[in-house]
Write a protein that binds this ligand. Structure first.
Ligand code: ADP
Length: 335
């Protein structure tokens, strides 16, 4: 499901954070990425969520080379991934249930159903009684549970957690890891980056160790085999998850976008007005003429042309809004 193929990442400062990383993660695996501070763990995780782009090599999710995906499609990719951070990234002015619901609101799930979904994920993390609390009224462990519930809302196939227990005491850390392990048992692939080796040793999962930008250990664990179950009832997923454009539909989206990222070509082009952010003005891009040749990275593009128009082309679902990213949180605070 996830494949890193000789991934290098050199930052503008000249730091070689990743120096040729190759590995695969199958659907339903639980994997720890460990290593000392500065070894390249976060860079590796950011290459999965496309917060960073490799300077060389490929990151493939399912059959899509996400490292070469146009920036305009990155929000669609991120909706397929539940992302959990060390600092929780909850919106301070919203209650627990509003924080979680936010992830569904932006994809247009009707309010009543959304609240049912929120209730289910809150139940899964054991926080139903805190639904109306504000983040500052919760302990660190509870806040991280809210962040996990938020990550679960769209029933992602993949959860990526970057040092999720970095701000928590050992006991709470253990319970957060147990929760992530439970989610993994429902069939979700979970990748956790941590420097807490005691915890990792106890969990008996696969461990990928990074040192100075290289993989120095890849040890299979003796954990559970995931079952094909999801946190939300299948009927609810069937009814509402189509609102969340699946990765397989990315090629359909790509069709309405003219530019596929031939990297070299991109370098030669003058900068576009709205391209200074990770989320360019998509409406503008859609007005450009359709691209003639299918990109080899997205081999099913022609097939996907038969699909009906995507729901996320609706102007009511602005692509730029993504609750996992700090820009929205900032915006919200500014209100
Ligand atoms: P870890 O998560 O293991 O602590 P990182 O992936 O954050 O490691 O960092 C790996 C190396 O890349 C470090 O030397 C770090 O200083 C450097 N680095 C990380 N992010 C950036 C950045 N945005 N710009 C420049 N250097 C960076």
């Amino acid at each position: 499901m996830i494949r890193f193929e000789n991934v290098h990442k050199t930052y503008k400062t000249g730091t070689d954070a990743l120096r040729g990383v190759t590995f695969s993660i199958r659907d339903g695996e639980f994997v720890f990425v460990i290593g000392k501070s500065g070894s390249g763990k976060s860079t590796l995780m950011k290459c999965i969520t496309r917060e960073e782009k490799p300077t060389e090599g490929m990151v493939i999710i399912d059959k899509y080379c996400i490292s070469k995906m146009p920036r305009a499609l990155v929000p669609i990719l991120r909706r397929q991934i539940g992302i959990i951070y060390q600092d929780f990234r909850l919106i301070e002015t919203k209650t627990v249930k509003e924080n979680i619901a936010f992830a569904g609101e932006i994809i247009g799930v009707p309010r009543k159903k959304l609240m049912q979904m929120v209730d289910i994920v809150l139940g899964a993390v054991g926080l139903r009684d805190k639904a109306d609390s504000l983040p500052q009224e919760l302990s660190g462990g509870e806040q991280q549970r809210v962040a996990i519930a938020r990550a679960m809302l769209n029933s992602p196939k993949l959860i990526v957690a970057d040092e999720p227990t970095g701000n928590l005491d050992p006991e709470t850390s253990e319970s957060i890891m147990a929760l992530l392990s439970e989610i993994n048992r429902t069939g979700t692939t979970v990748i956790v980056c941590t420097h807490d080796s005691n915890l990792v040793d106890r969990m008996k999962k696969r461990v990928i160790e990074v040192s100075e930008g290289l993989i120095v250990r890849d040890e299979k664990g003796s954990g559970y085999t995931a079952e094909e179950k999801h946190a939300l009832p299948q009927s609810m997923i069937d009814e509402f998850v189509p609102e969340v454009v699946s990765l397989s539909e990315i090629t359909g989206e790509a069709e309405s976008l003219p530019e596929f990222p031939d990297e070299k070509k991109e370098e030669k082009l003058p900068p576009k007005k709205n391209e200074d952010s990770e989320f360019p003005d998509e409406k503008k891009e859609k007005k450009l003429p359709p691209k003639k040749n299918a990109d080899p990275e997205f081999p099913d593009e022609k097939k996907e042309k038969k699909l009906p128009p995507k729901k996320n082309e609706d102007p009511d679902f602005p692509e730029e809004e993504d609750p996992d990213f700090p820009s929205e949180i900032k915006e919200d605070k500014d209100k």
